[in-house]
Ligand binder design. Structure first.
Ligand SMILES: Cc1cc2nc3c(=O)[nH]c(=O)nc-3n(C[C@H](O)[C@H](O)[C@H](O)COP(=O)(O)O)c2cc1C
Length: 221
């Protein structure tokens, strides 16, 4: 439900404080777990991420099972965040799209917005044409594999606002991760480990952020 957020307004200073507080944690405290109620909010952040044409051609595999984390760790070149973090999310994009996927999506739009299928015909046709162009042009995987990064960004920001630590990760062998998780139609493109930092044992915890000079990074016209 869309709402005008008058109450619970987040102070501007708080946002920047939290974004400066977050960093890509190298060492999580394995004893600290994210509560179920907090985790639900983080899952909602994933769900609420925008995606190209609203298709959500991806899925998020949430791993809390320690045995599975142990299997994933070598596929992520031994990075300890995988086994120490409370939750690990694997972002997997759908390798291709079919008319059936689009039909399913259109059905959902019709149902949620109480519209007829007929009234959505132009939208359906534009979707089908965009998808078939992407398949014929050989860029469907490029297109689909970019989408989960938007959800990754939203997850990182939401976690920071909730004082939850997170590490975005691309340092892993996707083929191995796909095999461990039994992914066929989908392929892992990014991982996010979430939990709580182990300040004393994380070499990065006390180091300042390194960023480009803002005027080089941002061009204002
Ligand atoms: C797409 C992506 C992949 C990354 N992969 C890894 C990784 O595999 N392991 C890791 O420790 N950090 C990883 N990082 C963290 C970056 O090194 C880090 O975000 C960057 O140095 C900026 O620092 P900060 O996030 O601490 O501010 C990744 C970040 C992004 C956005």
């Amino acid at each position: 439900m869309k709402a005008v957020l008058e109450k619970n307004k987040i102070e501007r200073e708080t946002i920047l404080e939290k974004l400066n507080w977050r960093y890509a944690v190298k060492k999580f405290d394995p004893a600290k777990k994210i509560s179920e109620s907090d985790w639900e909010i983080l899952e909602d952040a994933l769900d609420l991420a925008p995606s190209s044409m609203g298709l959500q051609a991806y899925k998020f595999i949430v791993v809390t099972d320690q045995e599975t984390k142990e299997k994933l760790k070598p596929a992520a070149y031994g990075q300890t965040q995988i086994t120490d973090a409370s939750h690990v999310v694997v972002f997997a994009y759908k390798k291709t799209l079919t008319d059936a996927d689009i039909d399913q999506y259109i059905e959902r739009v019709a149902k949620v917005r109480e519209q007829t299928r007929e009234s959505l015909e132009a939208f359906e046709n534009s979707l089908k044409s965009a998808v078939s162009q992407a398949i014929e042009g050989g860029y469907i995987e490029t297109w689909n594999s970019r989408q989960p990064y938007i959800a990754l960004g939203m997850l990182l920001e939401t976690a920071a606002l909730m004082d939850i630590d997170a590490t975005p990760m691309e340092g892993f062998d996707a083929a191995k991760v796909n095999e461990i998780l039994g992914l066929n139609d989908y392929s892992a493109v990014a991982i996010c480990a979430l939990g709580y930092r182990d300040v004393e044992n994380d070499w990065l915890a006390s180091l300042p952020k390194v960023r480009m000079p803002k005027d080089e990074l941002i061009q204002r016209i």
